[in-house]
Design a protein around this ligand. Structure first.
Ligand code: G6P
Length: 367
């Protein structure tokens, strides 16, 4: 097993470090020139043109990828996207038109509720596409096409590299739909592709500051609870950061939309409940900054993930993790990395079995 871990103490850490290579693998073979190529999609040109609404259905970390995907597709393609947790979707008698597209996101391709969501979609006569890591899994076999994420085998129960690969697959699907539906012109597609190609290097740069993040994880020593905030496309990254922390360190964590902080969660802030804020450069940067100030004014401790060069943020934060700058559209891919590392070291500091947290399963194939 030690050999399989490639010198890392846990599979989770190894998988965190594999992410630059995984992003390249997800992109491999799916971009040709200025176009996204997804051979496994069986929808006709006409069926693709007719799509007017998208549903995304998933569980756990994959659900957070779907939430990012919603922002991405709505911003880039202006097609409305509804995201639903699979266990809700399957029993809500969802309204699905034949011209809707249902996207199932699942690392394993075997999650019982997500599979049931797929069958629900098919019953309505709508087309369904999977974003799946495991080749030949049930969802990929039953769907009308699959975007394979090619993240390789993920052993850590808490998903890291599979999540990042799902995000990349969603950008590819956005490009694909955007071209097929004549929404994204060649200039925009080129811009998106250029940015996707930059991601492995940027993630590498964040992995280089692992020791710095490890040190900053001490802000979580002895805390009872924590609150993560993000906004817009990074709201789901706050949710994912909080999920990662509770899954592997057992520290209670809530992910919140930054603007909702004052409507409840700020009441929890005290010495034992720090704020973890995603405040990288974005259209709503100033809003998140003022949320941080509100917490500080109430004596709360703050760790901020910010864009390199942002000196102001250091004045209102106890700790800052600086990461490289990128267009907000792609920032979820890089913002999640320091949060994964933070959770990992918070868990290690508490002596938790990081790869196999109690009560959790890698794949939930029963209801
Ligand atoms: C389990 C795992 C999570 C995962 C979720 C969905 O709860 O512990 O890490 O996100 O299932 O799994 P899927 O294979 O459908 O992505």
């Amino acid at each position: 097993e030690a050999a399989e871990k490639g010198g890392y103490e846990h599979f989770t850490l190894k998988e965190i470090h594999e992410q630059p290579a995984v992003i390249s693998e997800t992109l491999k073979g799916k971009i040709k020139g200025d176009s996204a190529i997804i051979d496994e999609i069986t929808l006709t040109e006409e069926e693709l043109k007719n799509i007017t609404k998208i549903h995304m259905v998933a569980c756990g970390t994959s659900y957070h990828a779907a939430l990012v995907g919603k922002y991405m597709i709505e911003q880039e393609l202006r097609i409305p996207v509804e995201v639903e947790v699979a266990s809700e979707f399957r029993y809500k008698n969802p309204i699905i038109a034949k011209t809707d597209l249902v996207i199932l996101i699942s690392q394993s391709g075997e999650t019982a509720d997500t599979l049931a969501g797929l069958r629900e979609a098919k019953k309505s006569g709508a087309k369904a596409i999977g974003i799946i890591n495991v080749m030949g899994s049930t969802i990929s076999r039953e769907a009308d096409g699959t975007v394979y994420t090619n993240a390789g085998l993920e052993i850590g129960v808490a998903s890291t590299k599979a999540f990042v690969s799902q995000l990349v697959a969603l950008y590819i699907l956005t490009l694909y739909l955007g071209e097929k539906k004549d929404i994204l012109g060649v200039e925009r597609r080129r811009y998106i592709i250029e940015n996707l190609r930059k991601l492995p290097n940027i993630v590498d740069k964040i992995l280089e500051i692992e020791d710095d993040i490890k040190e900053k994880a001490s802000i979580l020593d002895g805390v009872v609870s924590s609150i993560f905030i993000g906004r817009n496309i990074n709201t789901a990254i706050a949710y994912e950061g909080a999920l990662k922390l509770k899954e592997i360190s057992y520290i209670h964590a809530e992910g919140y939309q930054s603007g909702e902080l004052k409507h409840g969660p700020i009441a929890l802030i005290n010495e034992e409940c720090p704020l973890i804020a995603i405040a990288t450069k974005s259209d709503t940067y100033d809003k998140v900054k003022s949320n941080i100030e509100e917490v500080r004014a109430r004596g709360g401790k703050v760790l901020t993930v910010a864009t390199v060069g942002d000196v102001e943020i250091a004045e209102i934060s106890d700790e800052v993790i600086y990461i490289p700058e990128i267009d907000e559209l792609f920032s979820p891919v890089i913002n999640v990395i320091p949060l994964q590392i933070l959770s990992y070291y918070a868990a290690v500091n508490r002596g938790v079995d990081v790869d196999k947290p109690r009560n959790l399963a890698k794949s939930v194939t029963v209801e």
